[in-house]
Design a binder for this molecule. Structure first.
Ligand code: PMP
Length: 404
């Protein structure tokens, strides 16, 4: 008998399970708004033209090879990526107090971050309620504990800033808070700048440690600068921080796994030395988990980041993506209002990033799946990128039906 005989199958990931069901569904009107991946105006995956150009450049490079990289990744790539998120004039970069290594996209960055936190801090990580489901799994698999802080007010469909601040005040001093840098998943609702300032103030008072997850830079507002505002503001206030950076969404490199982790050290006379030691620890953690991160996608990223012309094309194409999502938000909201669908729908237009937390109940979502072949997660989150001008009417009429 197999030594694995007693092993039970694990529940399928709810999002990938929905994608499976969607693919098997024969309804010609079916819609997939479950997975957080951009779709073009015809509902197809989008390879950014600038990514195609960069791939060609890489292909034509006579010096490109498949040798092992250092475990940290390529130094110049790390520096260029850090500039995207921290800003090219970032004091942390100029003063050489940011430890950066290449990771397996954003998820890999979070994993390395948790292992690093276990080694250096080993206290619970506070996550927003709700949050991206994988946050809990990554933290647990790293042997750490998570606790939740308040985030969402279901009644007002908005951020519950008072409850959030109260939870931060009540957490033990020097706690770690995992913060979505922008385009909060699943709620599509970020703190305003004024609210970030309040969060910063409380975190300072309590000596809390900010651990930023930034998977959607550029997707929330269309501007890399605006979407990194919270991170940069915290650093200006003198915080040390971890920043997990993903290029999966903003360059459409989902399965290629491009990302970085940055650990920023507070200013001091030996900050550079501390950063070097942190980088060596991040590197040794990486060694034991995966040796070194894949190189193909970060080479594409770096070709784009290093060439001003390609960089501008990237920004334009990112704007096309975020602009189309914003347009679909408005169309959806307007159509639901026109149909006089019971309830308020302004939040669909107000929310940002890839997702909208619609407020639909589990029962209503189940009905959308079963009766209308519209696949979205049970918590009422929809990936707005899955809507197009061709399917938005069908979507809104179906929502109207389930809500009544
Ligand atoms: N953080 C959040 C909040 C996310 O939504 C995602 C992707 N769904 C990630 C991190 C990780 O993305 P990836 O590993 O594809 O870069």
């Amino acid at each position: 008998m197999s030594r694995f005989n007693t092993l039970e199958a694990q529940p399928k990931d709810p999002i990938f399970a929905l994608v499976d069901l969607y693919q098997k569904d024969e309804n010609p009107n079916k819609i997939n708004i479950s997975v957080g991946a951009y779709r073009d105006e015809n509902g197809n995956p989008y390879v950014l033209p600038v990514v195609k150009k960069a791939k060609q450049i890489l292909l034509n490079d006579p010096n490109a090879n498949h040798e092992y990289n250092p475990m940290t990744g390529v130094d110049s790539f790390c520096k260029n990526a850090a500039k995207v998120i921290l800003g090219k004039d970032s004091p942390a970069l100029i003063e050489d107090r940011c430890a950066t290594i290449q990771t397996v996209a954003g998820t890999g960055a979070l994993k390395i971050a948790c292992e690093f936190l276990k080694k250096t801090k080993n206290t619970p990580i506070y996550i927003s309620n709700p949050t991206w489901a994988n946050h809990k799994a990554i933290i647990e698999f790293s042997g750490l504990e998570w606790k939740e802080y308040s985030y969402w007010c279901q009644e007002k469909r908005n951020l519950n800033i008072d409850a959030l601040l109260e939870d931060m005040m009540n957490a033990p001093d020097n706690s770690t808070f995992l913060l979505h840098a922008c385009a909060h998943n699943p709620t599509g609702t970020d703190p305003t700048k004024e609210e970030w300032k309040k969060i910063c103030e409380v975190m300072k008072k309590k000596n809390h440690f900010p651990f930023f997850d930034c998977a959607y830079q550029g997707f929330a507002s269309g501007s890399l600068e605006n979407d990194a505002w919270a991170i940069r503001y915290f650093l200006e206030q003198g915080f040390e921080a971890i920043v997990c950076q993903s290029f999966s969404k903003n360059m459409g490199l989902y399965s290629e796994r491009a990302g970085y982790i940055h650990v920023i050290v507070e200013p001091s006379s030996n900050a550079s030395e501390i950063a070097r030691n942190i980088r060596s620890n991040l590197s040794s953690i990486t060694r034991s988990i995966l040796s070194n991160a894949p190189n193909f996608a970060v080479r594409i990223v770096d070709i784009i980041l290093s060439d001003p012309q390609l960089y501008n094309e990237w920004i334009e194409q990112m704007n096309i993506m975020s602009g189309r999502i914003q347009k679909m938000r408005k169309l959806t909201r307007d159509k639901l209002v026109e149909l006089k669908t019971p309830g308020t729908w302004d939040h669909i237009q107000k929310q940002i990033g890839m997702f909208s937390f619609t407020g639909l109940t589990v029962k209503q979502v189940e009905c959308l799946i079963e009766k209308f072949s519209i696949y979205m997660t049970k918590n009422g989150r929809m990936s707005v990128a899955g809507l197009t001008e061709k399917n938005v009417d069908y979507f809104c009429k179906s929502v109207d039906w389930v809500v009544r």
